[in-house]
Write a protein that binds this ligand. Sequence first.
Ligand SMILES: [Zn+2]
Length: 101
Amino acid sequence: MAKICPVCEATRAPLLGLLQHAKDGPICPGCYQLSPKMESIQTLKQFWEINENRRKKFVQTLSIEGLASKVIIDGQNRLFYFVTDGKAGNNRYSFSEITGY
Ligand SMILES: [Zn+2]
């Protein structure tokens, strides 16, 4: 029986047994990356919806390359994400979430 992540409801391949855990149950690795804190599935669902909306409207306007990573920026929607070792991160961050640099 296929396991379904209770946060994103994905049944796609990377689930591989829902090895990661939220506060109250197993979730997929992608949803595990939504928050560094141990959150509840209900809270992660809210984060997932915000992230999905950001992913849908994201339009790259700039990229900044570092030594091992790259930052992809959407200046119109004021969003960004990281690419590390050629792999795009799952999370889309808002400029308003930057607290320091
Ligand atoms: Zn998930």
